[in-house]
Design a binder for this molecule. Structure first.
Ligand SMILES: [Zn+2]
Length: 207
C-alpha cells in the first residue's frame, strides 16, 4: 500500500490523467485514498464537432470515482504564454488541498503544455511528486517508479477511457485501444514482477 492519503493530480488537458494514471486512481479509490484532479484545458479546439471533451472528461473521472475535479478553459498549446496564470492556479490548488502526493507530467514529456505544468508543479509544490507516463509523448523515463495494480484497476482505466467517445470512435486514437492499455500495463507489470502496473517518474519523494 502506498503511504499517501491525499493526492492531487495536475492534468494539462482532458484525458491525460486517465491515460497516465487511470489504473493508479482506481487503486487509490479502492483503498479510500482521497484523489482530486485539476484539468487545465478542456481542449475545446481539439474536439470533433458535436462532441464535448469536457463532458467526456466529467463522465470518465466520475467513473473512476475521484473525490473532486475542476476543469479550466486554458487553450491547448497556449500554456507557455499563460505560464503565470498556470502557476497561480497550481499554487492555489496546492495550498487548498494540502496533498501529500502530487502527480503531474514527466520531465521528458515533449508536449509544450505538459512541460509547463511539470516545471511549475516542481517549482511550487514542496511535497512528494511523481510524473505519469504518456507513452505517445516520450520514450524514456528517468528514475522510474512502479505502482503495482490489480486487473480490476486496468479494467476501470479502460472503462473510463472508453467514455471519451470523440477519441475512441471518431479520432480513433491508438493509445485509447484496449489492447494497447492492457499490453502496456502488462509490460510494466513484468518489469516489477506483478501482473499489471503503471510506471511513473520519481521526481521528489518524501516518506
Ligand atoms: Zn495533454
Amino acid at each position: 500500500m502506498i503511504p499517501f492519503k491525499n493526492v492531487l493530480i495536475f492534468s494539462p488537458h482532458t484525458d491525460d490523467a486517465e491515460l497516465g494514471c487511470g489504473g493508479t486512481i482506481s487503486m487509490m479509490r479502492r483503498n479510500n485514498i482521497n484523489v482530486s484532479v485539476v484539468i487545465f484545458s478542456d481542449a475545446k479546439i481539439s474536439q470533433p464537432e458535436g462532441y464535448s471533451l469536457k463532458n467526456e472528461c466529467e463522465s470518465s473521472l466520475m467513473e473512476l470515482d475521484v473525490n473532486s475535479f475542476s476543469i479550466y478553459g486554458f487553450e491547448t498549446r497556449s500554456f507557455r504564454k499563460k505560464s503565470d496564470e498556470i502557476s497561480k492556479l497550481i499554487y492555489e490548488k496546492y495550498n487548498e488541498m494540502k496533498p501529500d502526493l502530487v502527480i503531474c507530467p514527466c520531465s521528458s514529456d515533449k508536449h509544450p503544455d505538459h512541460h509547463v505544468v511539470y516545471r511549475e508543479t516542481v517549482r511550487i509544490c514542496r511535497t512528494s511528486i511523481i510524473g505519469f507516463e504518456l507513452q505517445h509523448n516520450h520514450s524514456n523515463i528517468e528514475n522510474p517508479l512502479f505502482i503495482k495494480l490489480e486487473n480490476i484497476d486496468i479494467m476501470n482505466k479502460i472503462k473510463s477511457l472508453s467514455l471519451y467517445k470523440s477519441q475512441v470512435q471518431v479520432l480513433k486514437r491508438p493509445y485509447f485501444e484496449t489492447s494497447i492499455i492492457k499490453g502496456s500495463a502488462e509490460i510494466r507489470g513484468i518489469q516489477c514482477d506483478v501482473k499489471v502496473a503503471e510506471m511513473f517518474q520519481a521526481i521528489n519523494i518524501i516518506i
